[in-house]
Design a protein around this ligand. Sequence first.
Ligand SMILES: [Zn+2]
Length: 222
Amino acid sequence: MTTLNLIFLGPPGSGKGTQSKFITETYGIPQISTGDLLRAAAKADTPLGREIKTIMQQGKLIPDQIINRMLEETLREKGGKGFLLDGYPRNYEQAVSLDGLLETLGKQINVVLNLAVSESLLLERLTMRRVCSSCAATYHLKYQQPKKPGTCDSCQSSLYQRDDDKEDTIRKRFEIFNQANEKIVGFYRSKKVTLVDISGDGPIENVTAAIKKALDQRLGRA
Ligand SMILES: [Zn+2]
């Protein structure tokens, strides 16, 4: 009997969100997102919540120690029958500290999904994204065009391109991601954790099928 203790690696724009949803629904495991945990904690009126809120407002990075504390609590609560970690670890140091945390819980990561997307595809997906300045609806100049160019279908406000979606920013982010990702992958490889490389360049259904095959195999269902 194997539970899936998963880490899902992939750059922003790789389609990780869609695939995560498929995985959690198909295998009945919770998605634990450190971003969600932080946002929820920041809303709560507790000493930790206030501390997190202050750090976020200053635009600083939340220390790993705090993330680990929340993660430990959540894993104790919901991680008993497997889990999919989202947005964590983001670098080598976090991978090491996560490993220590899981050890104290008597758990370990057993599958790392590594979703790779080519830079050209990522650029196409992200640089053509447009957002409504008023209602935040999103469009894509190729795949989800607004009826009237530059105008939101639902509220008629003007569309704009977020700074995050500009080519230079994406290239830079992708480079930073790749450097960190390589080290994370190396860490799990050295621990002999099952590493599944998946190409995210094809149609969504193909990516889903590849993930399902790998996870079924891991569970002895294939
Ligand atoms: Zn709108």
